[in-house]
Design a protein around this ligand. Structure first.
Ligand code: NAD
Length: 333
């Protein structure tokens, strides 16, 4: 069986996913949901999408009457994810949602619940969870190659351009760099250390209050503590380039990756030598694996379900709160 996917949001990343899906065997682009008729027309001819599988943001609830779509992949600005995921679930479709899954833990909980009630799967577009060099480091950690894990460092950022884009609009982005790129350090800390954090501290700094308005974070430093005693130190920013680096340190060894979460290839080494897993287009691999998760009940090595997305949202809430109050906050994931 093949997972027949409708992409919602035909922007930059939606386009990338559609292209990557052309190489999938188990997943197929079968429909689109867009507010722009001209884009729908382009995609229809480019990907042979029948008219009956094309929807807009007003009428996509009628997907429930369309047996030729199995799943909706939501790739719109962050603030839209919550309502769109819940509507797709109510239409009886499995949902893949881009990161961040929602704007906060409350939204995330509602999304997880709605998908449970509709008896559909909710997955988050965490493409790194399928990336071969990432999985190699996780395998080595599980095998004990690094010994007891002591420290993780995640540095994620880029210098953002156009000041008028939705990523710098609090109402559409829900925040700033942390929602968009810092989330890779949060998520990475959890899968590299292999534990759930129990406390968080965070500090915010802003050099440009015109570009980064109230509620849109430019740079945040945050620290996480784990039950074993391991700690993480992370940087999230919209104001620095060449910042895509993971470092994991244990009693017996280390792993370092740079780039660590970009579209690849992921480059890195451990105390044993270079990481040599092949580069496969992340979104192709992701959609292939997600098709197996949805259709065959396969379990991901690093989970990508809604509860995973919710954990990151809980940490995001705590980081923003700690930035405001300066408090060290306890996490209960
Ligand atoms: P984009 O601006 O390129 O595309 C967003 C699309 O949403 C556009 O086609 C736009 O027309 C559409 N849209 C629908 N309703 C809208 C509204 N009310 N306001 C503005 N736009 C609206 O953005 P993108 O880079 O494709 O990001 C989309 C989502 O994908 C975000 O949640 C982002 O975090 C995520 N993303 C994930 C990755 C990844 O590697 N996993 C990479 C890039 C983006």
């Amino acid at each position: 069986p093949v997972l027949r996917v409708a992409i919602m949001g035909l922007g930059g990343y939606g386009t990338r996913v559609a292209e990557a899906m052309q190489s999938c065997k188990k997943a197929k682009l079968a429909g689109v949901i867009s507010g722009t008729p001209a884009k729908i027309k382009d995609w229809q001819s480019k990907y042979q999408i029948p008219k009956k599988n094309c929807y807009n943001y007003e009428n996509f609830d009628t997907l429930k009457d369309n047996p030729d779509i199995d799943a909706v992949y939501v790739i719109t600005p962050n603030a839209l994810h919550h309502d769109q995921v819940i509507r797709a679930a109510k239409a009886g479709k499995h949902v893949i949602c881009e990161k961040p899954m929602g704007l906060n833990a409350k939204e995330g909980e509602e999304m997880v619940r709605a998908c449970e009630e509709a008896n559909v799967k909710l997955l988050v577009g965490y493409r790194m969870h399928f990336e071969p060099n990432t999985l190699e480091v996780v395998r080595m950690r599980q095998h004990g190659d690094f010994g007891k894990i002591l420290f993780f460092q995640g540095q994620c950022g880029f210098r953002i351009g156009d000041p008028n884009q939705w990523r710098l609009d609090k109402t559409l982005a829900g925040g700033g760099a942390l929602m968009d790129i810092g989330i890779y350090a949060i998520n990475g800390a959890r899968y590299m250390v292999g534990e759930e954090p129990i406390w968080v501290t965070a500090q915010e700094t802003k050099t440009d209050a015109v570009k980064f308005k109230e509620g849109v974070d430019e740079t945040i430093l945050f620290q996480l503590g784990f039950p074993s005693g391991a700690v993480a130190s992370c940087l999230s920013t919209y104001n620095m380039n060449h910042l895509d680096r993971f470092f994991l340190n244990g009693e017996k060894g280390f792993a370092e990756m740079q780039p660590s979460t970009g579209y690849g290839p992921i480059v890195g080494r451990t105390h044993k030598g270079k990481l040599t897993q092949p580069h496969i287009t992340h979104q192709t691999l992701q959609m292939e694996e997600m098709a197996s998760i949805i259709l065959e009940g396969k379990e991901a090595i690093i989970p990508v379900d809604g509860k995973e997305g919710l954990k990151d949202l809980k940490i995001i809430d705590a980081i923003y709160q700690s930035c405001k109050t300066g408090d060290k906050l306890t996490l209960n994931l």
